[in-house]
Design a protein around this ligand. Structure first.
Ligand code: HEM
Length: 189
């Protein structure tokens, strides 16, 4: 699910930026290098196609996470004190990594990006079908505000990805098990 999500997120952000360029919300457009589709129509087609992957994969992950106890076991508890303590330890490069146990910063970031994922899907559906799915459009404050909500949810996910990849580069041994599903034998920090 994690790696399907990476494919979906890359395609959604690239095609979303293509759509953004056709009617920019802010005073800038995105260079073609970072967009997918080449023109508005193709951008929309990619965006709606990969939306189904993001939605199906995301729903499966949420259902599994809740009902298997994964979220309760791995992402909770998380307190402001623990987050501050772990940030301070990370800045001094003294934050140990135990396999299968997320530190407080990871927990906060993962909960945050899951929340941003829910917001981006709800606001996206609200923009796509404001008549049929009006309750999603209304939940976001109307069509116009929903566009901003959608953009800022995308920006939060993009910021998460940058920090997430930097953290993985700092502790590269966590990557192979995430690909193979196997265990790390070395449990030293
Ligand atoms: C090439 C890009 C990426 C790499 C290399 C990567 C790598 C990893 C690794 C190694 C872990 C396990 C961390 C650990 O065991 O301490 C992880 C977990 C996680 N990643 Fe990524 N990731 C990438 C992209 C993404 C994206 C785009 C998202 C979401 C937008 C994401 C969301 C998550 C979440 C939520 C978890 C925790 C999953 C769970 O335990 O349920 N990642 N990632």
């Amino acid at each position: 699910m994690h790696w399907l999500n990476v494919v979906a997120i890359v395609m959604m952000i690239g095609s979303g930026l293509q759509i953004y360029d056709a009617s920019p919300l802010f005073g800038f457009v995105v260079p073609p290098l970072f967009t997918i589709g080449g023109w508005l129509g193709a951008g929309i087609a990619w965006h709606l196609a990969f939306m189904w992957l993001l939605l199906a994969n995301g729903l499966a992950y949420l259902l599994w996470g809740f009902f298997s106890g994964h979220f309760r076991r791995k992402l909770l508890p998380v307190s402001p004190g623990a987050v501050l303590r772990d940030i301070a330890a990370a800045l001094r490069f003294k934050l140990p990594h135990r396999q299968g146990v997320y530190n407080a910063v990871q927990r906060l970031l993962y909960i945050g990006v899951i929340f941003a994922g829910v917001v981006i899907v709800i606001s996206g559906l609200g923009i796509w079908k404001p008549v049929q799915l009006w309750f999603f459009t209304d939940l976001c404050g109307g069509y116009f505000i929903a566009r901003y909500v959608h953009f800022f949810a995308m920006a939060s996910i993009a910021a998460f990805v940058v920090i997430h990849i930097l953290l993985v580069l700092m502790v590269p041994k966590v990557l192979p098990p995430m690909i193979t599903g196997g265990k790390i034998l070395d449990t030293q920090p």
